[in-house]
Design a protein around this ligand. Structure first.
Ligand SMILES: *[C@@H]1O[C@H](CO)[C@@H](O)[C@H](O)[C@H]1NC(C)=O
Ligand SMILES: *[C@@H]1O[C@H](CO)[C@@H](O)[C@H](O)[C@H]1NC(C)=O
Ligand SMILES: *[C@@H]1O[C@H](CO)[C@@H](O)[C@H](O)[C@H]1NC(C)=O
Ligand SMILES: *[C@@H]1O[C@H](CO)[C@@H](O)[C@H](O)[C@H]1NC(C)=O
Length: 314
């Protein structure tokens, strides 16, 4: 065939490939090396992960480091250059839900000061930086605006990171569009799920399946959404509904997890049940049996809220 047609076809294939393998899907991974991360990489759709901490796990996926909040400063400063040289870290995430007292709990001014001290300097090492990631409570956007004001032009994030929990896929899309319009930066959704935090009425499994499909399709097709990571890929979903679980209580990938990685619709499938006290015990035993170096890596994960934290400390 003529060269130009050939080139055109190649280009079309390239675009198709890019859409199918959008390189956006990631894993928010609190499981250390206990569960097999390779279950999520078989299709090639998942390309990166983060651990809510500066500590990587054993995986060929791209590691994205994070400074969760004040409590992680020491670990972060001791780990960051090592992970840049050994794990090829090119992106770093800022503080976790800074406007929430139960999370990293920072005023905009504190956030600006910590950013200028520990994150901003990484830009000179070629690292791209994500903003602190506010929760989707109305205070989240305000916090981010106040933070930029407090930075007085001195923070220069490369993308906005955010979390979103609610039950309407259209509203998810509108929320992302609003953040994109407001901040004029690419978006990373570093936690999202189909969960209602404003009442007891939770979506059915089929509703979650459809919500995931709609929101993920939207992000795959939207060029200013650079990356996303669902909540959650974990045995214990803490206070988020188990219909959103991409891992069961045995540490195995669920039907929803297979859908997320492009392995086929979870329609007609099922969600795992909540972790039993027996498997919580198993989890606990695993943690206390850890070698010190690994358990200190896991300690960095104590930034995680709620039940998981209890499991680690019990
Ligand atoms: C990391 O390395 C750079 C030089 O490559 C150095 O300027 C910086 O202080 C180091 N950061 C930490 C936290 O040690
Ligand atoms: C959040 O920080 C404020 C100080 O800014 C402190 O008074 C409060 O106790 C903190 N909340 C939690 C839950 O740690
Ligand atoms: C979802 O949100 C959109 C936009 O606010 C609204 O038009 C629609 O009615 C909502 N859907 C449901 C089922 O509430
Ligand atoms: C959403 O569902 C449609 C129809 O089943 C499918 O073609 C598409 O690949 C799905 N997209 C995602 C991101 O799951």
């Amino acid at each position: 065939m003529p060269k130009r047609t050939q080139a055109g076809l190649l280009f079309a294939c390239f675009i198709l490939f890019q859409t199918a393998n959008s390189q956006k899907a990631g894993l928010a991974w609190p499981n250390g090396n206990f569960n097999d991360i390779r279950q999520y990489t078989s299709t090639g759709k998942v390309t990166w992960y983060y651990t809510w901490s500066p500590n990587p796990v054993r995986s060929d996926l791209e590691f994205v480091s994070m400074l969760w909040g004040r409590d992680q400063i020491d670990t972060f400063t001791s780990m960051i250059n090592k992970t840049i040289s050994q794990n090829g870290v090119t992106h770093v995430l800022g503080f976790n839900e800074p406007q929430q007292p139960g999370q990293s709990n920072l005023t905009a001014e504190e956030g600006a000061e910590l950013w200028r001290t520990y994150l901003g300097p990484l830009k000179s090492q070629g690292i791209r930086l994500g903003t602190p990631a506010p929760s989707s409570a109305p205070s989240g956007k305000t916090w981010l605006q106040d933070w930029l004001t407090a930075c007085a032009g001195g923070c220069n994030p490369d993308f906005v990171a955010l979390h979103w929990y609610d039950v309407n896929a259209t509203q998810f899309q509108l929320y992302l569009e609003d953040f994109h319009d407001t901040f004029q930066l690419p978006i990373w959704v570093t936690e999202w799920a189909d969960h209602n935090f404003n009442g007891d009425d939770q979506p059915s499994f089929d509703e979650v399946v459809s919500f995931l499909n709609q929101t993920q399709s939207f992000m795959d097709a939207t060029d200013w959404v650079e990356r996303y990571a669902w909540f959650g890929v974990m045995e214990n979903m803490q206070d988020v509904g188990y219909n959103n679980a991409m891992m069961d209580s045995q540490g195995d990938i669920t039907d929803l997890g297979r859908q997320y990685i492009g392995g086929g619709s979870a329609e007609g499938g099922s969600a795992p049940s909540a972790v039993s006290s027996a498997s919580s015990r198993r989890f606990r035993t695993q943690f206390s049996a850890l070698p010190p170096r690994i358990s200190s890596a896991i300690m960095a994960l104590t930034a995680l809220p709620g039940l998981l934290q209890e499991l680690i400390f019990l």
